[in-house]
Write a protein that binds this ligand. Structure first.
Ligand code: HEM
Length: 122
C-alpha cells in the first residue's frame, strides 16, 4: 500500500488531471473567476500541481509563495469564506468526477480546509 497520499491518489498523472479539471470549474464560476482575470493560468496550474504534490507528500520542490502571501492581494479585493467555499466545492466535485475513493477525498478536503485561515489572511 502506497504510504503517502500522493501515491494513493495515483501520483503525478492523477494530480495533473485533477488540477486541470479543477481550474476549468473555477473559471466557469462567475462568483470566483474574476479573481483570476490577470492570472497566467498555465503558470497557475503548474504552481498548484507543485503545491499539491508537496502537501500530499510527493516529490516536489514548490517554489511559489506561501498561502498567506499568495492570497493577501485577493483579500484586499474582498476574498472571503464564500469564495473559499466555492473553490473547495469545485475541488470536491473534481475528486468525485475522478472517482477518488471517499476516504482519500476526505483527506484531500481536510488538507484544503487547513489552508483556509492562511488563504484568508486571518
Ligand atoms: C484550498 C485553498 C487554496 C489553495 C491550496 C491555493 C493555492 C494557490 C497557490 C499554490 C498559488 C500560487 C502562489 C504563487 O503565485 O506563488 C495560488 C495563487 C492564487 N490563488 Fe489560490 N489557493 C487556494 C484558494 C484560493 C481561493 C479561494 C481563490 C479565489 C477564489 C484563489 C485564487 C488565487 C489567485 C487569483 C492566485 C494568484 C494568481 C496570480 O498570481 O495571478 N485561491 N493559490
Amino acid at each position: 500500500m502506497a504510504d503517502n497520499l500522493y501515491e494513493q491518489l495515483g501520483g503525478g498523472p492523477a494530480i495533473d488531471a485533477a488540477v486541470d479539471i479543477f481550474y476549468r470549474k473555477v473559471l466557469s464560476n462567475d462568483a470566483i473567476s474574476g479573481f483570476f482575470d490577470s492570472t497566467d493560468m498555465e503558470e497557475q496550474r503548474a504552481k498548484q500541481k507543485s503545491f499539491l504534490t508537496m502537501v500530499f507528500g510527493g516529490p516536489s520542490q514548490y517554489s511559489g509563495k506561501d498561502m498567506r502571501a499568495a492570497h493577501a492581494p485577493l483579500v484586499e479585493k474582498g476574498l472571503n469564506d464564500s469564495h473559499f467555499d466555492a473553490v473547495a466545492g469545485h475541488l470536491q466535485e473534481t475528486l468525485d468526477e475522478l472517482g477518488v475513493p471517499a476516504d482519500l477525498a476526505a483527506k484531500v478536503m481536510a488538507i484544503a480546509a487547513g489552508t483556509r485561515d492562511d488563504v484568508l489572511n486571518r
